[in-house]
Write a protein that binds this ligand. Structure first.
Ligand SMILES: [Cu+2]
Length: 868
């Protein structure tokens, strides 16, 4: 309205000026001025009238206050002649068998010429209302049953800690706060999820609540060989029946005891600083920086996993990296490798036994510091580029403003949320979907008992492990293959940024972890919201009728920032019964130093190579289709030569071939070339009325899900056997609960959980089967990955969708569709009873972020150890 007033003022001001200084013939200048003013007046009036017609009238009339549906109907109708001619050109017969002749006869004539906006509007059932939308109303739900995967309460964690601190546990623990290098301490307490057999007895019938058990993860430092080990404590609550024992039953190594090579990291950091202090002159000369024990201008970053020599020696390579002190709060760390590497023998716990074995710089390996020092002064010594911070590494906004960019972009809003959330029981319900969720340290969020139309389709769905396998000419890039569950997706799940990560009007839930003797609650770290996909899920234009259905998804989302990378996980539930699991990545790349790295990446800065790497994120999908006993069917499109009874010659064509996966021996699967295979989890015991088996299909969605390129990796060995294929099927077993373990990276030669041991020839036909699938991408960073990788391309998903599961498309059920009947003289519109509310919404573009705290609040201290 302010713009309208401004236009009005300008229009009449121009004309008023014209009146005050009428045209005269006294001089050309005056005439020109007068003509210009007349022109100004006319143009202004024209703009005013146009603006009035286009903006003001619509804003004040009931017609324009409608949502766009009616106008769409009108404009569609006015394009009819062109549409229908196009239609008649194609040979595809309308599905309803209408005669195209009748269409052409209707393409010009009375119906069209007499069609009016008023007619269209008069045919609507609902009368629009104006007003201001209240804040969206959240609906509180109530879980039908207690969430048996919800995690431990603070009280339970306190009681468990007090119990294991007690002398009866035999663990000889020291509190996290007081621990020294030669102490044992608890670093994590969390729930062990109930066995499926126990869980089903409770959730499907009136069985008892499954016994509760906790995982108590202990770091043992009191011994010569420090190690991690998990203990099982239970049943809970603590009673005289409660025991503490090593947790072994789903660790197929037979134990979770794993050497902890990181135990003495602090001591080693001091040792390496003292080591580097001895050749500051060299690093100053080559890199322009140095490391000492007081004011280092470089830092060291090591390989992960470590490197084991055949004689048992443990090797770590460390890379010099510029300490980014001149970039303020902008983190650029992984973008600043400096091209100098140290090979260290870190065997044992005594620093006296640690050694510098060699140095690598400029493509040359030097066995001693003196060798390198001597080489520098020799002619022909190659000095490589020094690393430096440039603007392209910083995430601040730069560059010329984009056109109209300061105006608010499209924003989602809704008057009332259309899902119910039971935050206490971690249970959510949207349309025909309902599920529980749990949260833990290593893999963050897992969904349980996902029901669709009242029947379970997934018992469990969630992340299991993430591999980021690098390659490069230098020892750091070449030897790095992160297994991120070691760092933990749980503690890396931070508060979401409203309006950016998820809509302001989303529902937000907190996450809780009991680590390092405290309870950490991270506010608003999971979000739930509906979104419009931006394209209809269904539409059809027929000669007589048009139907279009909105494509609304319900999303559960969280972000885990594991070091340099931000992984955005999204579970989307669709109106057709599909569930899409998506991971997107952003954050800084783990780059490589440019020198000699041409075969492993593009050069993207003076000192930088976008080091090639594979992201493989493994998920578990325990589907239950019409019960737990299912089969895995492959239906292939294959070329065929067929001799039909109705023709004398053979015809080249294609057929489908169906096969059922018999055993785990053939259960390592890749997406078929040309997408020729349809993979479904079906139930052969419950054929539908047509004799087909109901199922859910799994198919690649966004991006191209991958498996690892590296075969028999020298770095991750048996710790990444989940990354060899796209998809796996195994028989569900309570002893194969997890695909990986957080300590697997500590010794990949002998991981706590070796996924390949799951494949022992068991039958998969009409058994309780589990799918394990990988998302991810082959990542070859280019200049567009600076400063951060972009989620527009760094994304990967699979879609689980009903396949002969229902007898027809379930999206016909939603009222968020329109049917426009163009058969008669007047257009008739069926809004299917949806609410017509139209209001001025109070939209939040950028809200109040002053209370944003990304990291968790330490809410309460767990009890201290008495006398330990
Ligand atoms: Cu990447």
């Amino acid at each position: 309205m302010a713009t309208f007033i401004s236009f009005s003022y300008k229009a009449f001001a121009n004309c008023a000026t014209l009146q005050r200084e009428p045209l005269t013939h006294a001089g050309l200048l005056v005439a020109q001025t007068g003509m210009a003013r007349l022109l100004n007046c006319l143009v202004s009036v024209l703009i005013f009238v146009s603006y009035f017609v286009v903006t003001v009238i619509p804003a004040t009339t009931p017609y324009i206050e409608r949502t766009g549906e009616d106008r769409h109907a009108y404009s569609m109708h006015s394009r009819e002649a062109r549409e229908r001619q196009a239609f008649s050109l194609h040979s595809r017969t309308p599905s309803d068998g209408s005669d195209p002749q009748s269409i052409r006869s209707r393409s010009t004539g009375k119906e069209i010429t007499t069609f009016s906006v008023r007619n269209a509007f008069a045919s609507t059932v609902n009368v629009p209302r104006e007003g201001t939308c209240p804040a969206p109303i959240a609906l509180v739900g109530k879980a039908p049953k207690k969430n048996i995967w919800a995690g431990l309460t603070n009280q339970e964690a306190k009681a468990i800690l007090a119990y294991v601190y007690g002398s009866n546990s035999g663990l000889n623990l020291t509190t996290y706060e007081k621990k020294g290098l030669w102490d044992n301490y608890v670093y994590l307490i969390e729930q062990i999820m109930p066995n499926k057999t126990d869980a089903l007895a409770y959730i499907d019938s009136d069985g008892p609540l499954p016994d509760r058990y906790a995982r108590v993860a202990v770091s043992f430092g009191v011994v010569e060989d420090p190690y991690y080990e998990d203990y099982i404590v239970g049943p809970l609550p603590i009673s005289n029946k409660t025991k503490v024992e090593p947790l072994t039953y789903f660790h197929n190594k037979g134990s979770s005891k794993q050497y902890n090579y990181r135990h003495d990291d602090d001591l080693r950091s001091l040792w390496t600083s003292q080591l580097c202090e001895q050749f500051q002159d060299i690093t100053l000369a080559l890199l322009g920086t140095y490391i000492n024990t007081t004011n280092a201008t470089s830092i060291l970053q090591g390989i992960d996993p470590l490197w084991w020599e055949e004689d048992g020696r443990v090797i770590e390579w460390v890379q010099f990296r510029l300490r980014a002190t001149n970039t303020g709060s902008y983190s650029t760390g992984t973008l600043l490798p400096q091209g100098l590497y140290l090979k260290l023998d870190i065997t044992g716990r005594d620093p006296a036994g640690w050694k510098l074995l060699g140095l690598y710089y400029g493509g040359v390996y030097y066995e001693t510091v003196e060798d390198l020092r001597a080489a520098i002064s020799e002619p022909g010594f190659v000095r490589t580029e020094k690393a430096e911070v440039t603007q392209s590494m910083l995430t601040n906004r730069t560059g010329k403003a984009l056109p109209y960019d300061a105006e608010a972009p499209p924003i989602q809003t809704q008057r009332q949320k259309r899902w119910t959330l039971d935050k206490k029981e971690k249970y959510v319900k949207w349309m025909d979907f309902a599920f529980y969720w749990g949260f833990n340290n290593d893999i963050a969020v897992t969904l349980y008992d996902i029901k669709y139309k009242g029947e379970r389709i997934f018992y469990q769905l969630g992340l299991e492990e993430a591999l980021a396998h690098y390659a490069g000419s230098d020892p750091k890039s070449s030897q790095t293959a992160f297994l991120d569950s070691y760092y933990g997706f749980g503690p890396s799940t931070y508060q979401l940024v409203k309006g950016y990560d998820c809509p302001w009007n989303a529902d937000y839930a907190d996450t809780v972890l009991h680590t390092q003797d405290v309870t950490v609650t991270t506010k608003d770290s999971i979000c739930f919201f509906e979104s419009d996909a931006g394209f209809p899920i269904q539409r059809h234009t027929s000669p007589l009728l048009v139907s279009v259905t909105k494509n609304i998804a319900f999303n559960m989302r969280y972000v885990s920032t594991v070091g340099n990378y931000d992984y955005l996980f999204n579970y989307a539930f669709l109106l057709d019964g599909s569930v899409e699991v998506t991971v997107r990545a952003s954050g800084h790349i783990q780059s490589a130093y440019y020198y000699g790295n041409e075969e492993y990446g593009y050069k993207i800065q003076k000192h930088l190579s976008g080091s090639m790497h594979d992201h493989v994120l493994a998920f578990k999908a325990d589907l239950d289709i019409k019960g737990s006993n299912n089969s895995f069917e492959t239906t292939s499109f294959v070329p065929a030569t067929v001799k039909y009874p109705w023709d004398q010659t053979e015809r080249k064509t294609m057929k489908i071939e169906r096969s059922i996966l018999e055993t785990e021996d053939d259960a390592k699967i890749n997406w078929a070339p040309n997408g020729a295979n349809i993979y479904t989890v079906i139930n052969k015991d419950t054929p539908n009325i047509w004799g087909e088996y109901p199922g859910y299909r799994i198919a690649p969605g966004h991006g191209t899900p991958i498996h690892s390129t590296v075969v028999d990796s020298s770095s991750v060995k048996d710790a990444a056997n989940f990354a060899t294929h796209h998809l796996y099927v195994t028989k569900q077993k309570d002893t194969e609960q997890r695909l990986s373990h957080s300590s697997n990276n500590m010794d990949p030669r002998d991981p706590v959980i070796n996924f390949s041991k799951f494949f022992d020839g068991e039958s998969l036909e009409q058994e309780d089967i589990v799918l394990w699938f990988n998302l991810g991408m082959h990542h070859l960073p280019h200049t567009g990955d600076l400063p951060t990788t972009l989620m527009s391309t760094a994304q990967s998903s699979v879609i689980f969708s009903p396949h002969n599961y229902l007898l027809s498309d379930p999206t016909r059920q939603t009222v968020q569709q329109i049917e426009i009947d163009v058969a008669g003289e007047e257009v008739k519109i069926d809004h299917n009873g949806k609410k017509p509310d139209v209001c001025s919404a109070s939209l939040v573009v950028d809200g109040d972020y002053t209370r944003y705290i990304p990291y968790g609040d330490t809410e309460s201290k767990l009890p201290e150890c008495e006398g330990c």
